[in-house]
Ligand binder design. Sequence first.
Ligand code: ADP
Length: 161
Amino acid sequence: MGTALCPGSFDPVTNGHMDVIERACELFERVHVTVFVHADKSPLFGVEERLAMLREATAHLPGVVVAQASGLLVDYARRHGIRVCVRGLRAVSDFEYELAMAEMNKRLYGDLETMFMMTRPAYSYLSSTLVREVARWGGDVAGLVPAGVAERLARKYGGQP
Ligand code: ADP
């Protein structure tokens, strides 16, 4: 039990993210779902929109705290007394990047453990990037993202939800 951190860009939140968040909620009393803002990424959705979509999608999960942060993940974790970071692992291709991040975070904050959850096979090729690309050209993203996200994508790209 205790508190875990599920960090990400969530641009936008997908059902793959939701799977990890929901499973984290079964293991931890409180789960901080935190949007980290990177100065060098140019997101499709502004941070307020990403937070709103996350709040909507996690409304049924009483342990979830939706928040935003910039700067180092370890500083956020320290500030909130969080010692577990939960990340999702899709394909082998995620592994190297995730390993580097986990090692760096451990070096910066020795008390922080990174835990990995294997993605449900149905979502193992699902990413925010692919969802944005499909939606941009009018493809159907129903079933891949929460309903509210599909609506916002359709509005953003001028189509019907
Ligand atoms: P980041 O920019 O930090 O990679 P993302 O929003 O892309 O942020 O991802 C946040 C977390 O969600 C990461 O741990 C990532 O591995 C995980 N994740 C992304 N897509 C999926 C998915 N389809 N299934 C499970 N986990 C996922």
